[in-house]
Design a protein around this ligand. Sequence first.
Ligand code: ADP
Length: 196
Amino acid sequence: MTFILGLTGGIGSGKSAASKWFENQGITVVDADIVAREIVKKGQPALQKIQHAFGDWVILDNGELDRQALRAHIFKDPDARRVLESITHPAIRQSIIQQLHAATSPYVILVSPLLFETNQHLLTQHTLLIDASEELQIQRASQRDGQSIEQIRQILKAQMLRHKKQELADDIVLNDGQLEHLYQHLQPLHQDYLKR
Ligand code: ADP
């Protein structure tokens, strides 16, 4: 069985930067955010289930999911959110498992902002947290996406508290310096993971 590393961190912590570094070392990275978008593409079974559960209004004229309308709908209605997640979470999980098993690199990474929150860490043998202060997270995420500080605070609020993730993670890298500094911390961990 290939060693599976779970990589996580809050918004703007530097998860993607770390993922890219691991990819450059030849490690396959399965991104839970990408999988979540793939499973609701036009023609996918999960999209048909969503249409069945919510109605035709969730489908755009071109057959794609109307993400904006669905997001607005579940934002006000926790029950609707639960219905949606009961459709998407198993499909995401199944696709993640398939992709992890298909990987041929020495070990494989599952990167997810909600690794612990959605129990995706149970699919992994070991976890690595990319950690940063809230101020740095907000600063980096707002520079990257042009999202307002208020929007980023909302996303932060929905994510597990930093200290809780620190307790759960097997390894932690504090990403509070230059990117080069981050990579220097990842190198010995990569060497360690190669031996697993
Ligand atoms: P995440 O995937 O966790 O949301 P990213 O890896 O996309 O975060 O990082 C958020 C933004 O901050 C990106 O534009 C990234 O290039 C930048 N960034 C990440 N780490 C550093 C760092 N150590 N120094 C400078 N910029 C950084």
